[in-house]
Design a protein around this ligand. Structure first.
Ligand SMILES: *Cc1c(COP(=O)(O)O)cnc(C)c1O
Length: 411
């Protein structure tokens, strides 16, 4: 059975909420994946950072299998002998008193919003159930109804109302615009340190630091969604470290699962996390023994292999080489560490066609926000592998393009 068979099967029986690049992956190892025809590709997307450790990292696979042989699921009705070890490791690793374990990113964001709201009503005296949280235009925090309620992307919201109230939106990268929205009912500020889905948008230097100062001044919570930027991706273990702007609540996901399992978490100190009492919040799968074992291994690999430093060094190299490509199609190359966006000028069509060409040449990446090619390879990638990709990227960004609409507009 060939690739087409599997694509047709998904098309027939799966909801059409995705439009994947037409590659059907059958197996993977490290930074490489193979399709059902046996063709090899370099994974330059790494599941939006969830595969920062590479595919099937041996140490993480071993942790998963070892745990699977003992106990996989207990629910939180009982204790298990792995969760506490995971929580201790993550709390110390990220520098917070407490961890709230969840599964997916959106769930962790929802959980953080619940914690922040409860803190505001019980500790800060904001009128019960009447607070607001300030978010940034262009945000991406997941797909639940509450989260899409404060999305500014029409497609994410359209047809899914009524929406959850309690959010205000400020332009991304503009700290004073956020401060102007603060009133006596403001609970906190929720932003991504770099907007990933929003098009790899890097805020002006000092933005995070000023947000920290604003939050302190108004005694509100600073909440960073580091689901995509955290765990080494930007060249620091956490993107907030670039500006020493430690948030009150930190949200992690994606790479926390080591590329093999969904693991997410909310971190905060006791004065905030203590608002949760037994029964207030929960998850059947959150904090299960498999997730905990995988999470521990994922953190160990990050530390042992210094993946944050790799991201910094290789990210600098990759970005400088991308900037050297003389392409009339490219408007801007931007990013931090190994989270890099190449913005294509709109007159040359959407970034999608460039991603499809790259896939044909064996480089997997995905457009975000129409015009941006996002490169976010596994952090275990080598310089040689980046060079391999660069050869192909250079070709696609410099060869004449055959997009019919572009030919027409150039004629
Ligand atoms: C991916 C992502 C999410 C959502 O995570 P899911 O696991 O897909 O629910 C939330 N915030 C950011 C910044 C993300 O990149």
């Amino acid at each position: 059975m060939n690739s087409k068979y599997f694509m047709d099967l998904e098309y027939e029986f799966g909801a059409h909420n995705y439009k994947p690049i037409p590659v059907v992956i059958e197996r993977a190892e490290g930074v490489w994946v193979w399709d059902v025809e046996g063709k090899r590709y370099l994974d330059m997307l790494s599941a939006y950072s969830a595969l920062s450790h590479g595919h099937r990292h041996p140490k993480i696979v071993k942790a998963l299998i070892d745990q699977l042989q003992k106990v996989a699921l207990t629910s939180r009705a009982f204790y298990n002998n792995v969760l506490g070890l995971f929580e201790e490791k993550l709390a110390k690793f990220a520098g917070y008193d407490k961890v709230l374990p969840m599964n997916t990113g959106a769930e962790a964001v929802e959980s953080a919003l619940k914690v922040a709201r409860k803190w505001a009503y019980y500790k800060r005296g904001i009128p019960m159930n009447d607070g607001n949280i300030i978010v940034a235009e262009g945000n991406f925090h997941g797909r639940t109804i509450t989260i899409i309620s404060f999305s500014t992307e029409p497609q994410y919201r359209d047809g899914f109302g009524p929406y959850t109230p309690g959010f205000k939106v400020a332009p991304f990268g503009d700290a004073s615009a956020i401060e102007k929205l603060i009133d006596e009912k403001t609970i906190g500020i929720l932003v991504e340190p770099i907007q990933g889905e929003g098009g790899v948008r890097v805020p002006p230097a000092g933005y995070l630091k000023v947000l920290r100062e604003i939050a302190d001044k108004h005694k509100i919570l600073l909440i960073f969604d580091e689901i995509q930027t955290g765990l080494g991706r930007t060249g620091k273990m956490f993107a907030w470290q670039w500006e020493d702007a430690k948030p009150d609540i930190l949200i992690l996901g994606k790479a926390l699962g080591g590329g093999v399992y969904p693991v997410s978490a909310v971190l905060a100190n006791n004065d905030i996390m203590d608002v949760l009492k037994p029964g207030d919040h929960g998850s059947t799968f959150g904090g299960n023994p498999l997730a905990a074992a995988v999470g521990i291994a994922a953190m160990e690999v990050l530390q042992e292999e210094r993946l944050d430093e790799r991201a910094r060094e290789l990210g600098d190299y990759f970005m400088s080489q991308l900037k050297l490509i003389e392409s009339e199609y490219v408007k801007e190359v931007r990013g931090k560490g190994l989270l890099i966006g190449v913005e294509i000028k709109p007159e040359y069509g959407p970034a999608r066609s460039f991603c499809e060409k790259l896939a044909q040449l064996g480089v997997l990446c995905k457009e975000t926000h129409e015009q941006v090619i996002r490169f976010a390879p596994p952090l275990v990638i080598t310089k040689e592998e980046i060079d391999w990709a660069l050869e192909r990227i250079r070709k696609v960004l410099t060869e004449p393009i055959d997009v019919p609409s572009v030919k027409k507009s150039l004629a």
